[in-house]
Design a protein around this ligand. Structure first.
Ligand code: FES
Length: 115
């Protein structure tokens, strides 16, 4: 874990700009991050890159739940990723990076370490 002082918050969009169970892609610090809003209005962020499909597509995946976990299913090959841990539930040796999200005054911010 990087020390908080080396990280920064990048404003992405308003919470209302993301549909419930939807996602948006945002360029943050030179990488594309997928930001998702759950049915319960929680906002979570993963790298947008699908390591199975080898394309930057996760923001266009289907948000839902598997058991009690909030997940996104890749639009390419349907592998399911846990939105809190980034672990692929179909192949737990694979994971994508998770980015902390802060919603402040209705605006979604992603926390990222400077490159
Ligand atoms: S990588 Fe294509 S179906 Fe799994």
């Amino acid at each position: 874990m990087t020390a908080p002082s080396t990280q920064r918050l990048v404003a992405i969009c308003r919470l209302d700009d993301i549909d419930p169970e939807g996602g948006v892609a945002a360029l943050v610090g030179g990488e594309v991050v997928a930001v998702f809003r759950t049915y319960a209005d929680e906002v979570l962020a993963l790298d947008n890159y699908d390591p199975f499909g080898r394309a930057s597509v996760l923001s266009r995946g289907i948000v839902g739940t598997r058991g009690d976990r909030d997940v996104v299913a890749s639009p390419l090959h349907k592998q399911v990723f846990d939105l809190r841990t980034g672990v692929c539930l179909d192949d737990e040796t694979v994971r994508v990076a998770v980015h902390p999200v802060v919603v402040r005054d209705g605006v979604v911010h992603v926390e990222i370490a400077p490159a």
